[in-house]
Design a protein around this ligand. Structure first.
Ligand SMILES: NC(=O)c1ccc[n+]([C@@H]2O[C@H](COP(=O)([O-])OP(=O)(O)OC[C@H]3O[C@@H](n4cnc5c(N)ncnc54)[C@H](OP(=O)(O)O)[C@@H]3O)[C@@H](O)[C@H]2O)c1
Length: 334
């Protein structure tokens, strides 16, 4: 009898941002191990904000998954269950084409061997995965953060934002300030991620609190949420500051373009704006891990996990991620 596995799929094509009821968990045939590749038994699958747009066919030209057929996309980590290549069974690996399923096939060149040591393998989907690489690329390759910089980042409780602040700190930034939604997220940013301050934009008078915190001006800003917050950050920027434009989480549900930012403000601040697409930095993954894995091992790069326990819990966790109600890195544990 063919072995089977569970897989998470869309029930029907999506018009709107996905809700929990749009997903179905189905029983399907377990994939075979490909010639020249491996079959990975996944332990964790990542949930990322871009997947909301991808499910509607609106991310970087990538096709939406076929309802009731294709696994919902996501990076994953796991252990090689079968091998028809040089990677030994039992090896821990990371793969981009994992998806919401228990087993994923991949060619040898499509997996990265990871060496978790004492770290939980799920870290390779957050601080040491694509979100961490995004933060590292923005801080070290684009903004070139260094000693004396004052850094501001929003969505600071998330995997990207949390890693931005901690990598900036490790690179010698003088101060690291976050913006996040809610007292609980701000406590995480301050107490666990070690930021100097975190401003809760859901609190009264938060703009005044931010202005007081940034009285000396910022030299680096990392934008995850909206053009409105970017504009606000620019008003606090010192001359010749650098901003990294990474994400627009508040605009992903809308089909209208995000509002523009005032041209005169950019000129007046002599600001440099760097657009960031993490795909451009996949060839620097080894350099990123060489710098950041020791930080994670030393407890200096830590990201909280918001974990769905099993595929059945994944749709509800994904809906919370789409609404910005996740606390840290959204993951499925299998
Ligand atoms: N350019 C790239 O290559 C690249 C690569 C990876 C990630 N990204 C982007 O980086 C950003 C952070 O990614 P992440 O994985 O660490 O996600 P995340 O921060 O865990 O989740 C996004 C956060 O955005 C905030 N948010 C504000 N308004 C929102 C709204 N209307 N709907 C949903 N969320 C809202 C929420 O935090 P608060 O409650 O604190 O506001 C939410 O938790 C995202 O924009 C993502 O798309 C870009």
């Amino acid at each position: 009898m063919t072995p089977t596995m569970q897989q998470g799929v869309l029930g029907a094509p999506l018009e709107q941002s996905p809700r929990a009821g749009d997903f179905a968990i189905v029983e399907t045939a377990r994939p075979a191990c490909p010639e020249g590749g491996v079959l990975v038994q996944l332990s964790h699958v990542s949930m990322d904000p871009y997947v909301g747009a991808r499910l509607r066919g609106r991310h970087m030209g990538e096709a939406a998954p076929e309802p009731m057929r294709d696994a919902i996309p996501g990076h994953g980590v796991g252990v090689v269950a079968e091998s028809r290549c040089a990677i030994a069974e039992g090896t821990h690996v990371h793969l981009m084409g994992a998806g919401w399923r228990q087993y994923a096939p991949a060619l040898e060149g499509e997996v990265r061997v990871i060496k978790p040591g004492a770290l939980p393998p799920s870290v390779f989907l957050s601080a040491l995965g694509m979100p961490g690489l995004t933060a590292w690329a923005g801080m070290t390759q684009l903004a070139r953060v260094g000693a004396g910089d004052v850094v501001l980042v929003d969505a600071a409780a998330g995997a990207v934002g949390g890693a931005v602040g901690q990598i900036a700190r490790a690179r010698g930034a003088a101060r690291v300030i976050g913006i996040a939604g809610g007292a609980d997220k701000c406590a995480l940013v301050r107490d666990t991620y070690g930021f100097d301050a975190c401003i809760d934009y859901r609190a009264d008078s938060w703009r005044e609190a931010l202005a007081a915190e940034l009285a000396g001006g910022i030299s680096v800003h990392f934008e995850n949420v909206s053009s409105e917050l970017l504009t606000l950050a620019l008003t606090h920027m010192k001359p010749y500051g650098r901003a990294v434009l990474c994400g627009l989480a508040a605009h992903y549900q809308s089909d209208a373009p995000a509002p523009g930012i005032p041209f005169g403000l950019i000129i007046g601040k002599r600001a440099s704006l760097h657009g960031l697409v993490v795909y451009d930095f996949y060839d620097r993954w080894d350099a990123f891990l060489a710098e950041c894995q020791p930080l994670a091992q030393a407890g200096r790069l830590v990201i909280a996990e918001d974990v769905a326990d099993g595929l059945a819990a994944a749709p509800e966790t994904f809906e919370r991620l789409m609404a910005g109600r996740n606390r840290g890195k959204a993951l499925i544990a299998l």
